[in-house]
Design a protein around this ligand. Structure first.
Ligand code: PLP
Length: 415
């Protein structure tokens, strides 16, 4: 970590903000307010510096070289694996596979585990809260194998109907894939309970952790989840990097996902033998620099402490929710009490896209649209929402600015 970040003794948002260069700029003539953290979070200086240091100082291909730079790059790459293993508390470092992100991690499981272990008439359960990344890979698999997909109902407050989930489970259920937290609504799912009941019928469980990693405690052993997928860029790390946690016995039983260098032990034209995990699933040259820098994002989170992060973000969310509800015609979509800091809403008579554009004119970045959860939008019979998602560097003053801007928008549209 940089000196600045390791100097944070208690949670001081002004100190935290100093670590994020991108925040200190004007957009459309106004100081930037960045509320699009569920799409991607900003990066602390330590992550940016780590990337620069790697390319300026020791860029080399990993694992194969015996020269000094290659050894240094290999060590830094493997250090991130160790760091991530302790971050999610995996039993073994080898249970962490680097991928491009959550999407690739889920596709890896669908292609490899799915193709081998899911057969005709088997069932895969997903939920109505899923991102397209946790829907489409299962549809592709189901179509190929003649399996079917069951979907857990979403209740009015944006939580999952647990009784419905239990009613879907049977000895046909081979896999359950749900998110840790919903990117569209912020709902935190009861994944420990989901995993426990799924295991009772012998199903494996994949958790899409894209929205969990930056905000929620993750202990894959305590959860007893079979797979956990995550993206570095959602938790202060670089884009283009993510990981899949998988239990050793499952990863060992799974065939390789892609063929190429690094994933083999020996190759001849007659027969190829495959490398051990995790390398069996890491064909080709990985995104070394970004993996190296990812470690500094995990350090940043742990320096602040997940509990501190969660309580500060909860404070921001509660503040924003209360203020938002004073705006005439504003309706929160998914207003449950157990959420990560995502405020998703619509305003009667105003298209989300127009609101997004007007907020942008005031320097405020939010996301509008279906957030890659079209079935969820259909469920609520809306085209999309306006989503303000908060991170550790956001402030109540920024929320005040958004609320004032929304008040102006409503006044203008109604005039
Ligand atoms: N799952 C959820 C819940 C997400 O929010 C996202 C990204 O928004 C993804 C999956 C896909 O993540 P990535 O695009 O990093 O692969």
């Amino acid at each position: 970590m940089t000196e600045i970040s390791s100097n944070i003794k208690k949670f001081d948002v002004e100190e935290v903000r100093k670590l994020f260069p991108v925040l200190h700029q004007k957009v459309n003539g106004k100081p930037l307010v960045y509320f699009d953290n569920a799409a991607t979070s900003q990066k602390p200086i330590a992550v940016i510096e780590a990337l620069k240091t790697y390319y300026k100082g020791y860029n080399a291909n990993i694992h194969r070289g015996i020269h000094t730079l290659a050894e240094k790059a290999t060590k830094a790459f493997e250090d991130t694996r160790k760091r991530l293993s302790s971050f999610v508390n995996s039993n073994e470092v080898e249970e962490i596979i680097f991928t491009k992100g959550t999407t690739e991690s889920i596709n890896l499981v669908a292609s490899s585990y799915g193709r081998k272990f899911i057969n005709e008439d088997d069932e895969i359960i997903i939920s109505g809260l899923e991102h397209h990344s946790n829907i489409v890979p299962w549809q592709l698999l189901a179509e190929e194998k003649g399996a079917s997909i069951k979907v857990i109902n979403v209740l009015e407050d944006g939580t999952l109907d647990f009784d419905h989930f239990k009613s879907l489970l049977s000895d046909r259920t081979k896999l359950v894939a749900v998110n840790h937290a919903s990117n569209s609504l912020g709902t935190i799912n009861p994944i420990k309970e989901i995993i426990a009941v799924a295991h009772e019928v012998g199903a494996k469980v994949l958790i899409d952790g894209a929205q969990g990693t930056a905000h929620l405690e993750i202990d894959v052993q305590e959860l007893d989840c079979d797979f956990y997928a995550l993206s570095a860029h959602k938790c202060y790390g670089p884009t283009g990097v993510g990981a899949l946690y998988g239990k050793r016995e499952l990863l060992e039983a799974m065939p390789p996902y892609q063929g190429g260098g690094e994933m083999i032990k020996e190759v001849s034209f007659e027969k190829t033998t495959f490398n051990d995990i995790p390398y069996k699933f890491e064909a080709g040259t990985p995104n070394i620099g970004d993996v190296v820098a990812f470690k500094y994002a995990l350090d940043f989170i742990d320096d602040l402490g997940k509990e501190n992060i969660a309580s500060y973000e909860h404070e921001l969310y509660t503040y924003a929710r209360e203020k938002a509800l004073t705006i005439p015609g504003l309706r929160i979509i998914g207003d449950s009490s157990n959420k990560v800091s995502v405020l998703s809403f619509v305003i009667d008579g105003v298209h989300p896209f127009d609101i997004g554009q007007m907020l942008d004119a005031s320097g405020i970045a939010v996301r509008t649209g279906h957030h890659c959860t079209q079935p969820l939008m259909d469920h609520f019979q809306i085209e999309g929402t306006i989503r303000a998602s908060f991170a550790v560097y956001n402030t109540k003053e920024e929320i005040d600015r958004m609320i004032e801007a929304l008040q102006r928008v409503v006044k203008f549209m109604k005039a």
